[in-house]
Write a protein that binds this ligand. Structure first.
Ligand SMILES: [Fe+2]
Ligand SMILES: [Fe+2]
Length: 316
């Protein structure tokens, strides 16, 4: 790297060399904006994602299941915090992200706008939703923006535990009574398609993908990641004894890919636009939590103020 190169050239060199862009480095405004959008949406998804499972903590069928579910939901809160911090390094204030979320201006993953009526949903979410999250997120550990990539390394370790706990819940149900097996299959039927939608629209309808790939934020296309996910699920579904609800799903030796039915993208865009079964409820719960937490934030700020004053006096 020569000292005479321009900031733009240095940025391009970092990307070409597969090294990391750090918060103090110059970066194109569009790169910064793309990252802020992606990382804040990701953070919101982790935080809103606590709700469908939080719903079952008081009703988990045993003390062991309750402890595991609590740990899992708490992990998601941690993921949200790492990611909000990563977005803050790009100049986005935390308060604004929170406000945008409760005002309904910010997006989060549509998957969390579906209800969780049965205990088997905890299994299906862990197996399918956290499973899809892993497929999406493992390549992000190599994203070109340093703070994002490093947050993803920690997050992915916990996601693989989440996926296993979901698989294990479904396995126990599948080894249980007929009613339990039906409950597990019903949950898989409801979560399978939304989990495939988590990878986003088909490549030809995904306008931002090419630029994100050129910047090495994204490493694989939506359809490639969806294929990887399905090829991970097929043997696991067999081990569980559940049926993936797609009669057209089969391996195609010629194309080297799984053939599958068309995804119902009308549903995807409806839920994204706020017309999902639980959109309003998720936002209401988030707003309520934020408002009832105001005294904690005030107390923490007051404590910090007093501590600062005390150390000022100690110096004087
Ligand atoms: Fe997470
Ligand atoms: Fe997770």
């Amino acid at each position: 790297m020569t000292t005479s190169s321009t900031p733009e050239e240095r940025f391009e060199q970092i990307i070409a060399a597969d090294s990391r862009v750090e918060p103090r480095d110059w970066m194109p405004e569009a790169y910064r904006k793309t990252l802020i959008r992606q990382i804040s949406q990701h953070a919101h998804s982790e935080i809103i994602g606590m709700q469908p499972e939080g719903n079952w903590i008081t009703r988990a069928p045993s003390l062991k299941r309750k402890a595991i579910l609590m740990a899992k939901v708490q992990d998601e809160a941690g993921h949200g915090l790492y990611l909000y911090s990563a977005a803050q390094t790009l100049g986005m204030p935390r308060e604004q992200m929170t406000q945008d979320l409760i005002d309904g201006k910010a997006k989060y993953s549509s998957i969390f706008n579906y209800p969780t009526p049965t205990w088997a949903d905890m299994g299906a979410i862990g197996w399918l939703v956290d499973g899809a999250a892993i497929c999406n997120q493992v390549p992000l550990c190599r994203a070109s923006y340093g703070p994002y990539a490093r947050a993803m390394v920690r997050i992915c370790k916990e996601e693989s535990f989440h996926q296993r706990q979901g698989f294990e819940i479904l396995l126990s149900l599948m080894q249980g009574t007929d009613a339990q097996r039906r409950m597990a299959q019903d949950a898989v039927d409801r979560w399978y398609w939304p989990s495939l939608m988590m990878f986003g629209p088909p490549d030809e309808q995904s306008p931002n993908s090419a630029q994100s790939m050129a910047w090495k934020i994204k490493r694989f296309s939506n359809d490639e990641l969806r294929q990887r996910f399905v090829s991970m699920l097929v043997p696991q579904a067999e081990a569980l004894g559940v049926t993936l609800p797609d009669p057209n799903l089969r391996w195609n030796a010629e194309t080297g890919r799984y053939d599958m039915s068309e995804i119902d993208w009308t549903e995807f865009f409806d839920v994204l636009a706020g017309r999902g079964p639980m959109n309003a409820e998720r936002r209401r719960a988030r707003r309520e939590a934020h408002e009832s937490g105001a005294w904690v934030r005030e107390a923490a700020a007051e404590y910090a103020r007093k501590q600062a004053l005390r150390s000022e006096r100690a110096v004087a």
